[in-house]
Design a protein around this ligand. Sequence first.
Ligand code: NAD
Length: 547
Amino acid sequence: MERITAARGPELRCKGWRQEALLRMLENVLENGENQKELIVYASLGKAARNWPSYHAIVRTLKELEEDETLVIQSGKPIGIFKTHAQAPLVVMANCNLVGRWATSENFYSLQEKGLIIWGGLTAAAWQYIGSQGVIQGTYEIFQSIARMHFGGDLRGRVILTAGLGGMGGAQPLAGTMANAAILCVEVSEERIDKRIASGYLQRKTDDLDEALAWIGEAAAAAESLSVGLLGNAADIYPELLRRGVVPDIVTDQTSAHDLLYGYIPSGYSAARAAEVRVADPQRLQDDAGQSIAAEIRAMLAFKERGAIVFDNGNNIRTQAVKYGVPDAFDIDIFTEAFLRPLFARAIGPFRWIALSGDKEDIRKIDEYILDEFKDNEIAVNWIRLANAYVPVEGLPARIGWFGHGDRTKLALAVNRMVREEKLSGPVAFSRDHLDAGAMAHPNIMTERMKDGSDAISDWPLLNAMMSCSSMADLVAIHSGGGGYAGYMTSAGITIVADGSAATDVRLELALNNDTALGVLRYADAGYEQSFDEIERKGIRRVNADI
Ligand code: NAD
C-alpha cells in the first residue's frame, strides 16, 4: 500500500476547509507516526484509527460530510453521521473508555484482540499529533526549570541521562541541546536512533558506552551542548553507569515503560525476540520487562541518593517498578508536580498550530507575529526564537507554544484574520496536548499529589469535553488509558480550524477561552494560588460555593 502523507496546497477534497483540515490532521498523524502499517502513531500502541477499513471509512465520510453534520467515532471506528448544525463539532469521538472496575490492562488487551477498542494515546486517535515537536517545549521547559531551581539558571556543562527515542521520547535530545546540556539517550532500537538523526533531533550515535561517555564528558567539560544516542538497553546501561561511579546531573527515562507487553524491551531481548515471546508466552515477556524496569528504577533511586536530579517523565515507570518489587519507586518526583504545575495552575500549557497548506512560511509568519505582539511573554518569546532556529519540520509544518488563558485566543484570532486577508497560504488548525490544565486526570502524571487530594477525579476532562462541544470546537475527543495506562487516566482533546471566516472568530473565542478558563478553575478549586491571581487578572467568572 502507498505510504500516507498529508495533502498539501489549496485543493479541497471535502465540502469545506473545516472537514478538509480534519482529514489532513488524520493523514498527518500517520505521516509523522512510528509504524504506519499498523496505524501506530507513538507510545507503542497509540493508534490513529481502529483498523484500515475504519481508516478508509473515516476518509470517505469526511469527504462527504456536510458542515451541519457530526461524525461520531468510537475507539477509532466511525459509527454514524448525525444531523446537527453548522456550529456543532464536525467530529466527536470517545476512545478506550472502560468502566472503572473493568479498566485493566488484561481487559484492554483482550478487547483490543477482539477488535473492539484501541488506545488512542493522547493525540494519536484524536489526530492532533505533530511529531516529536509536540512534547519538545514541555521537555525544554522542564530542563529550564531544573536549571533555575538547581544549577544557577543554566545547564551548560551539565549532563543529562535518559532513555527512549520514540515518537515522544525523540524530543529529548533536541530539548537537551536547546537547554545547552550534554545529553546521553539510551535506545534499544538502532532504527529509532537513525530516525532521530535523520529528522535533526539527535546529533551522534554509537553502540560503545566508553565512546559515548568520552563524547559526553568532552562536551560537558567544554560547556558545549551535545546529544548522543547510545544503542543499548536502559536496564543494563543505568546500573552499569552506577557501577562505574558515573553520576549524571539529571536523570530520567522516556521508554514506553507504561506497556509491559508492547512497549518496554527487557534486558537481553531484541525487538524480534520480544515479538516472538509476546505470542508464545505473554506473561513471561511482561514479567521480564517488569524485572528490567525494577533494575532501572533501582539505579535511578541510587543516582538520586548520590545527588542527581531524578524525575519520572510521564511513562508510568514508577508504578511498574512498585509492582515488580521496588516499593520506594515513588521517591522519584513526577515532572508535572515538580516543574510544571505553577504553569498549569494558570492554564499555561502546550498549545499548538498546524499550517494546513503545508507551507512552512505560514509558521514563520505566525512566529513573527508572536515575537512582535507577545514581547512581554518571556516563555513564548524565548521559545519561539529557539524553535525557529532549531526545530525541524515534520509532516505538516506546525509549532507548539505554551500559552495561557486569553493569549491563546488572541493568537488564534490574529491568525484567523491573517487567513482571511490571505496573508497565509491556507487555513491553520489550532489544538493542544491532552496533558493540559483542565483536560486530564492522571494520578501518576498530571494530577499526582494535588493540593486537595483530587488526583483521581475524572470529572474535569469530561466537563472539559462537554464545554468544548458547547463552545463549538470542530473536533472533541475523550480518551482513557489503554495497555499499561488502562485505569490510570482520562483526558480530553480539541481542535478548531481557523478557516478565515467570521463564524470561526466566534468558534475560536468560545472554544479556546472556555477550555483554559476551566483549567484555571480546576486548579483554583484545588487551592492553587496562581489560579486565584489569574482569575482576578483575567476576569474569569468563578462561582465560589465554599463561602
Ligand atoms: P514509543 O513507543 O514511540 O518509543 C519508546 C522507545 O523506547 C522505543 O524507541 C523503544 O525502542 C525504546 N525502548 C523500549 N524499551 C527500552 C529499553 N529497555 N531501553 C532503551 N530503550 C527502550 O513511545 P513514545 O511516544 O516515545 O512515548 C514514551 C513514553 O512517554 C510513553 O510511556 C508515553 O506514554 C510517555 N509520554 C509522556 C509524555 C509526557 O508528557 N511527558 C508525553 C508523551 C508520552
